[in-house]
Structure formats: C-alpha cells, structure tokens
Design a protein around this ligand. Structure first.
Ligand code: ATP
Length: 256
C-alpha cells in the first residue's frame, strides 16, 4: 500500500477519514479518497447530502471536524452557489472578474493594462464582450454565471471547485460552460463540479463522487451512476434523522 505522502503527491485533493459540518452537526462523515491531478469529477447526491459542505472544506472555508483534507497548498478557484451571492452588491462586471487577480495583485493592488486586457479577454471567452461596465444587478442568471466563469478564467488556478454552476441557466449557457470546463480539463487542471443533472454528468464528467453524507460510490461515472448506487444514496437521505448523534461511531455512511 502507498504511503500517505506518495498518495497525497499523486493527487490534487486527498481526503482521509474526513468529517465536516457546522457546529456539532456533521454534514459529511468519514470520507476517504482522492481526486487525481488533472481529473474531472462531478459530485452528485440528494439535497442536503453534503456536496457544498465538501467543496467548502476543500476550499478551506470550513475546518474539518475530523480527519484530513489536503490540497497541497495549490492555488484554487472556488465558485459558490449563485444563490449565496449578494446580487445587490454595488459592483460592475469588470470588478467581479478582476477579483480573480487578487492572488497576483493583492486586493487593493493597482491593475495594469495587461490586467484589464485579461479581464476583457476572459469576458470575450464567456460570450460577454462589452459587458465590462454593466452593474451586477442588471445581469440575467446566465450572464452572472458567465461572469463568474470569467473570474475563474482570470484566476488561472490548477484546482477549480464549482458549486452547482448549471442551476437555473438555459441550454445554450450550459453548453458553453461545459465546453469551458472541458477545456480546463484538457489543460490538465483538476475540476470538481457539484451537479444534479445525471444525464449531463454522464455526458461530460469522466469521474463521479456520489455523496450521501458519506461516499456511496466514487470512481468512473459509468460504474458509479448505476441504479443500485443511486437507490442507496436516496435511502440514506430518507433515513436522515436530524436528532441523530453527531456521527456514527463506526463510520456507517462510508462506502462499502
Ligand atoms: N451554514 C450552515 N449551518 C448549519 N447547517 C448547515 C449549514 N449549511 C448547510 N448545513 C446543513 O448541512 C447539511 C448538508 O448541506 P449541504 O449544503 O452541504 O448539502 P448539499 O448536498 O450541497 O445540498 P443541495 O443539493 O440542497 O445544495 C444539510 O443538512 C444542511 O442543512
């Protein structure tokens, strides 16, 4: 068996017996596995199964309650669910996209001509030419998601975490954004995407993690998304008990 250090080095994200949640409530339990460098993985599961919690923990926004989550300190781009965003924030499209530069320039750093060109180029790549000055609160849902993808483009990170990027957007936007995700994958980046549409996952994501507070199945999408696994994930959800102790002592949610 590989040592933990070689295991971590060969992966972009390594989870070891990871438990994470809020206060005393563990939302994900005893998850162990790795996202290989350069892999493209969909994270699927019922509502409340811990998908966003896992992404937030990988992004470093939540500390593990138990176990470990290692990203090897590589730069990462994290896109929260659009519903978590304050659409009334007084900003223009160019400001939101330029936030992707902060690791390079600092939050208050002056932007150079090359930075402005980068922002303009990223907007063109997501089909938003000429949108630089548009206030955030005038964008449609699809335009906002395209703006956020432009920010990820500008960030140029090797690890990309996307939380439900296909929610409430039309088919054309979904096609354009999945093409962009496919390009990031072809460039060798590691991409983790929370998604609900299993047909879309089967068509575009080579790997899948099926989550129901623990990893029900994790591997090639065709192996993971079978009827038995999907039914198992659903049954975990139906068995959910809000008053349960914070964590099954034997890691009962873990994949068999
Ligand atoms: N900030 C929070 N404080 C307390 N509990 C939370 C918080 N955020 C999420 N939870 C709880 O953690 C559990 C997992 O939530 P999470 O958002 O990770 O699920 P999800 O799989 O992303 O769901 P969905 O598909 O509905 O977005 C749920 O029971 C949820 O109520």
């Amino acid at each position: 068996m590989a040592s933990l250090s070689s295991y971590v080095a060969s992966s972009a994200v390594a989870l070891h017996d990871l438990t994470a949640g809020y206060g005393s409530h563990a939302a994900i339990h005893h998850v162990t596995g790795e996202f290989a460098r350069g892999s493209l993985t969909a994270i699927v599961g019922p509502n409340g199964s811990g998908k966003s919690t896992l992404l937030k923990t990988i992004a470093g926004l939540l500390a593990p309650m138990g176990g470990r989550c290692s990203t090897g300190r590589q730069a990462l781009a994290y896109l929260a669910q659009i519903s978590e965003m304050d659409r009334g924030f007084p900003a223009r499209v160019r400001d939101i996209v330029a936030l992707g530069l902060w690791q390079r320039r600092g939050l208050l750093g002056r932007h150079r001509a090359e930075d402005r060109a980068r922002v303009t180029d990223a907007l063109a790549q997501v089909g938003l030419e000429g949108f630089e000055s548009r206030p955030l609160d005038t964008l449609s849902g699809g335009q906002l998601q395209r703006t956020l993808f432009a920010r990820v483009l500008v960030q140029d990170a090797p690890l990309i975490l996307l939380d439900e990027p296909f929610n409430a957007i039309d088919d054309k936007t979904i096609r354009d954004l999945t093409a962009l995700i496919g390009r990031w994958h072809a460039e060798g980046r590691t991409v983790l995407t929370v998604a609900h549409d299993l047909a879309l996952v089967r068509a575009h994501f080579p790997h899948t993690l099926l989550l129901a507070r623990g990893a029900v199945a994790w591997g090639p999408t065709a192996d993971v998304l079978n009827e038995a696994n999907i039914a198992r994930a659903r049954s975990f959800q139906e068995a959910w008990d809000e008053a349960a102790p914070w964590c099954a002592p034997n890691g009962a949610w873990q994949a068999a």
